[in-house]
Write a protein that binds this ligand. Structure first.
Ligand SMILES: C[S@@+](CC[C@H](N)C(=O)[O-])C[C@H]1O[C@@H](n2cnc3c(N)ncnc32)[C@H](O)[C@@H]1O
Ligand code: SF4
Length: 417
């Protein structure tokens, strides 16, 4: 565990106590009163497994995927039946893995959710470029999907090779995108790969925006310890220069930075399952965040099915937050959207942001990480770089450790971070 993340955690939570995740769970989830509730569905199957990818997934087998979807629908009813009537949910996102491998079941899943939830801001789904076919997109539209996100990673053949991704006929993808319209067409890229230049990224972003995308996500490459990737991460100085160059380029072009890693071409395009005050996750490895707790489902497809078959929640670990821990969790993910609103913090916690974190906010302003206007703290370019930098530590200290364990053990006894 890095000293930096431990010291920051102690300082911000005002406590020596670590974040403790235990092998326990509530079979009833208290989401009835949760506002701004997001929904997430995880489909853990891929045609081929990319060596750099940390997500919970396994090689696709049709029958196994079909059985998994049946269990997923049971989990939706297990949770949905806990609430009388229909609960408003602002968004629904499908991620993976490769959700389109279950293309003929997406509508079934949406219908199951519609029995318990009213989804108000559309449905998003991640696609591998190979999934972008007229048939698939027509099926997604019919199921109510309004936003798609395509995992391009890079348009540069050399960098795709570095990543260990097969070749893709991008002209074919662009042609399909010209034929079917979605409210958001986002494209994912990875930056800070060895040898990657600003020119590479600039050309990737331009190619995306002139070929059907109205939103791009530019993720920093993270070298997870448990993946098979042998890619050497870029040095801090080079990475910062590259990040600043891309940010300046996108801002000069008038693109809207709607989160730390994303830019959109117009205000209506957005794709983010992350910045929700509360969310319910269904499927293997999916997480749920509520006022007082955060829970993670088992990463094992077999154990997931066994739990659901027995009418039980597939939760592997639960953390019950102290108030300060919850505040830090809230601030960390809200900052991802580049701004923190004091009034929203107060409405969520019933306490003033400045009375809890006045010193930190003052320091953040002094250091040039944020600016303040009428109680809203807006992250600056410098602040965004340091968030990126800290996020890398956080991911390697917390997520890497947790996912590393959860990939090996379906129900670890306890994880302390
Ligand atoms: C679940 S995948 C997207 C959908 C689809 N499976 C695909 O690969 O095209 C989510 C995204 O996470 C990003 N990602 C995966 N591994 C990463 C890593 N090690 N570092 C940074 N970003 C990563 C990629 O940009 C990827 O598109
Ligand atoms: S990057 Fe996408 S296709 Fe590759 S293994 Fe990860 S989820 Fe599967």
């Amino acid at each position: 565990m890095s000293i930096l993340t431990t010291a920051t955690r102690m300082w911000l939570t005002r406590s020596l106590n670590p974040f403790v995740f235990k092998n326990e769970y509530d079979n009833i989830l208290p989401y009835t009163d949760a506002e701004r509730l997001g929904l997430y569905i995880h489909i853990p199957f891929c045609e081929s497994l990319c060596p750099f990818c940390p997500y919970c997934k396994e090689k696709f087998e049709k029958e196994r995927c079909e059985e998994y979807i049946d269990h997923l629908i049971s989990e939706i009813h297990l949770v949905g039946n806990q609430n009388d009537g229909k609960k408003v949910a602002s968004s629904l996102y499908f991620g993976g893995g490769t959700p389109a491998l279950a293309i003929d079941r997406i509508q079934d899943i949406v219908e199951a959710l519609n029995e318990h939830f009213v989804i108000t801001e559309g449905i998003g789904l991640e696609l591998h470029p190979d999934n972008v076919t007229p048939e698939n997109l027509a099926k997604l539209k019919k199921a109510g999907v309004t936003k798609i996100s395509i995992g391009i990673q890079s348009f540069q053949a050399g960098l795709l090779k570095t990543l260990g991704r097969g070749e893709t006929d991008f002209e074919r993808v662009f042609k399909v995108l010209r034929e079917v319209e979605f409210e958001t067409v986002s494209m994912d890229f990875i930056f800070a790969l060895p040898g990657q230049t600003f020119e590479d990224l600039k050309s990737d972003i331009e190619t995306a925006f002139s070929n059907g995308a109205n939103h791009v996500a530019i993720y920093p490459f993270i070298d997870f310890t448990f993946t098979e990737s042998e890619i050497a991460p870029m040095g801090k100085r080079e990475k910062r220069k590259l990040l600043d160059q891309i940010t300046m380029h996108c801002e000069n072009k008038g693109f809207i930075r709607d989160s730390i890693w994303t830019f959109s071409k117009n205000p209506y395009a957005g794709y983010s399952s992350m910045t929700r005050d509360n969310f319910l996750g269904f499927g293997c490895s999916a997480t749920s965040l509520l006022r007082g707790q955060f829970k993670i489902n088992t990463f094992s497809v077999d154990e997931y099915s066994k739990r659901i078959g027995g009418g039980l929640m597939p939760t592997s670990l639960t953390i019950r937050f102290s108030k300060r821990q919850r505040m830090i969790y809230y601030l960390f993910w809200t900052a991802y959207s580049m701004k923190i609103d004091s009034a929203e913090f107060q409405s969520f916690f019933g306490e003033k942001l400045k009375s809890k974190y006045g010193l930190e906010l003052w320091l953040a302003k002094k250091l040039g990480f944020v600016t303040e206007e009428k109680g809203t703290f807006q992250m600056t370019m410098k602040g965004a770089f340091y968030y990126h930098y800290y996020e890398n530590y956080y991911t390697l200290s917390y997520i890497d450790k947790m996912w590393g364990i959860m990939r090996r053990e379906a129900f670890p006894d306890r994880i302390s971070l």
